[in-house]
Design a protein around this ligand. Structure first.
Ligand code: MLT
Length: 275
């Protein structure tokens, strides 16, 4: 469905019933990255997966793609869907956005799912790499930039066994306009330090880490889980940076178990109710 928030129209998938679970995709992907786990999660919850502004089927206005802007869209979406409180999940860049929302609107968050993401800001080296990437995109070298970037979204096991995963994510990335790529790279470069925020996030949290992630190594997730007041860590074997695509079954199982334990509710019907 299409939902207008903050002057942009977002493409949003909305499935299942029960506690709302809003899942935010990473860079340079779209809500498609949640598809392999969605069917399992929607048996126990209402799963809402928007394409963030600029991505997938959502509008891609020229302008600011800071994490705060993307966060504002998601809160606007929750308002539009009537969610007073919801479980918020984010993969990598989606996690940066989720932490912006948690910082501003913790009262709206019932639980957190942080997937291969970090609370710390970019290091000086990472900022320099963002600048270099922005310059490459501006200089017409976007395809080579995306080839290199997307290849690292999976771990070594997936690279060997399922190269199609890289091809599929590369196809998603290929549709993202230059100004969105550059805008998000700048937004990620300039994101604030959320490390001190973690200890204040007094809600059930699940931290998921791909064992073979080289972008956000599992130690980063382990350290976040140690600081969050009520967190559990799930390390997904044989997965890299994108466990929902690489190892959907253990990833979905971790999310479903987390939801069932923390948000017990009547089971959703297997078939849609009639009349
Ligand atoms: C992502 O997967 O969203 C990005 O790798 C995050 C980043 O570049 O910091």
């Amino acid at each position: 469905m299409r939902v207008e928030v903050e002057g942009v129209t977002l493409e949003v998938e909305d499935h299942g019933e029960g506690i709302p679970v809003v899942l935010l995709h990473g860079f340079p992907l779209s809500s498609e990255m949640w598809m392999p786990v969605r069917t399992a999660i929607e048996q126990v919850a209402r799963v809402v997966t928007p394409d963030l502004r600029g991505f997938g089927g959502s509008d891609a206005p020229v302008g600011d793609y800071g994490m705060g802007i993307l966060a504002g869209d998601v809160v606007g979406l929750a308002d539009r869907l009537g969610f007073e409180r919801f479980v918020l999940g984010g993969h990598s860049m989606g996690g940066y956005v989720a932490l912006r929302i948690a910082d501003r609107s913790l009262d709206r968050i019932a639980g957190l799912v942080l997937v291969d993401t970090r609370a710390s800001p970019d290091t000086d080296e990472a900022r320099a790499r963002r600048d270099e990437a922005i310059a490459r995109i501006g200089g017409g070298d976007r395809e080579a930039f995306l080839d290199g970037f997307v290849a690292n979204l999976v771990g070594r096991s997936s690279r060997q066994r399922a190269p199609r995963q890289i091809a599929e994510m590369r196809a998603i990335a290929g549709g993202i306009p230059d100004h969105v790529l550059a805008g998000c790279l700048a937004g990620m470069r300039d994101r604030p330090d959320s490390a001190a925020l973690l200890a204040k996030l007094d809600v059930p949290a699940l931290v998921i880490a791909g064992e073979e992630d080289t972008i956000t190594p599992p130690e980063v997730g382990e350290a976040m889980a140690a600081v969050l007041p009520h967190a559990r860590l799930a390390v997904i074997p044989l997965a890299g940076h994108t466990p929902s695509v690489e190892r959907p079954i253990p990833t979905a199982e971790a999310i479903v178990s987390f939801l069932l334990e923390n948000f017990p509710q009547p089971a959703a019907p297997i078939r849609p109710r009639r009349g």
